[in-house]
Design a protein around this ligand. Structure first.
Ligand code: GRF
Length: 208
């Protein structure tokens, strides 16, 4: 049984999707804790209602990024995770934290990386005239929104789209690709070589 810890900052819809697929599909895994950096993160109540342990490590109560990262890492370690999943976790994590959880730290970013790392991805894609956008699940490296790509979704940009309509269309695909990527991880079906991730059964790593 692989132990999964999920980090959130807000509503936690990706976290919900992972918890639900894990139960429905009988993964060899369990979400053992949901940890937020904001006490008001909406997803905490949902997780608690499922009987999942929850915790808050409030970044505002720590004097430095490093102190926050260390406190967060300590709480995560108490749950002995095989995998740490960043699901709408809106704090940049430092190199020491990333190295501590190296190869067992996943993130989802709402763009087709390496395009548009950082914030306001949908607005920036519209401003750039992109005809397709999407989301990326990747292993985390110290560089922001960077690291070996596990799976991507691609959605069209339609006439009249604004950043909200685009975000909603992309989010629906996040709820498919993130559980899929985590499922592969917990079944040991991901191989990383020279920064390239392969699904060892040969399954498609793109949702079109
Ligand atoms: C998602 O679009 C995620 O890709 C981005 O923030 C959003 C989080 O949504 N980083 P939720 O908290 O999972 O509902």
């Amino acid at each position: 049984m692989k132990r999964i810890v999920i980090l959130i900052s807000g509503r936690g819809s990706n976290m919900e999707a992972i918890v639900q697929r894990c139960a429905e599909q009988g993964w060899p895994a369990q979400v053992v804790a949901v940890i937020a950096n904001r006490p008001q993160a909406g997803g905490l109540a949902w997780a608690a209602a499922q009987g999942i342990a929850t915790a808050v490590v409030d970044h505002k109560t720590h004097a430095s990024r490093e102190a926050f990262d260390d406190a967060l890492a300590e709480v995560i370690e108490t749950h002995r995770p095989d995998l740490v999943v960043l699901a709408g976790f809106m704090r940049v994590l430092g190199t020491r934290f990333v190295q501590r959880f190296a190869s067992r730290l996943l993130n989802i970013h709402p763009s087709l990386l390496p395009a548009f790392p950082g914030l306001h991805t949908h607005r920036r894609a519209l401003e750039a005239g992109c005809k397709a956008v999407g989301a990326t699940v990747h292993f985390v490296t110290p560089e922001l929104d960077h690291g070996p790509i596990v799976m991507q979704s691609v959605v069209p940009v339609r006439p009249g789209d604004d950043e909200h309509s685009l975000a909603a269309r992309v989010l629906a695909t996040e709820h498919v690709i993130y559980p899929q990527a985590v499922h592969w991880f917990v079944e040991d079906k991901l191989k990383v070589a020279d920064g390239i991730v392969t699904q060892t059964d040969g399954a498609s790593q793109v949702l079109l």
